[in-house]
Ligand binder design. Structure first.
Ligand code: C2G
Length: 132
């Protein structure tokens, strides 16, 4: 079984998230999503609208997602790849090159971002405060 993993906040789920989850799943047979904890998000300077449990609930309902695990820090990726027997690591290409250190442990694939949509754009369009 070919296992794929991807990481993210996945707040206010939109077609950009769905596209990358769909395409990540197409690269294997099983997709694990590591979803950022609220504390880790604070470290990324992000405040998600939906808290961790709510974002996890939504991700688990998406047909392309087989397993959801928490992302607590930047350092856990190698351990996650080893412990979950991951073959392919996938991220949007806004992260191009940032996770190449994982090439010693699995395939690393950066996929083009979906243009024209983002959680920040949704918040701005709704007139809530921009969260950076
Ligand atoms: N994404 C995309 N197209 C968009 C928006 C997001 O392809 N229009 C992708 C991002 O490239 C990322 C995933 O969707 O691969 C999740 O995006 P975010 O929830 O914004 O996650 P991020 O803040 O990039 O956190 O350790 C990695 C971090 O947790 C990634």
């Amino acid at each position: 079984m070919k296992k794929v993993i991807t990481y993210g906040t996945f707040d206010l789920i939109h077609r950009g998230h769905i596209n990358i989850l769909k395409r990540a799943k197409e690269l294997g047979d099983h997709l694990t999503v590591a979803i950022s904890s609220d504390e880790f998000n604070a470290g990324k300077g992000k405040k998600a609208y939906h808290d961790f449990e709510h974002r996890k609930l939504i991700l688990e309902a998406i047909r392309y997602v087989d397993e959801v695990i928490p992302e607590h820090n930047w350092e856990q990726k190698i351990k996650d790849v080893q412990e979950h027997d991951i073959d392919v690591f996938v991220m949007g290409d806004d992260w191009e090159g940032k996770f190449d250190f994982l090439k010693d442990y699995c395939d690393v694939v950066y996929l083009p971002r979906t243009v024209g949509i983002s959680t920040t754009k949704i918040k701005e369009d709704l007139g809530t405060v921009k969260d950076g």
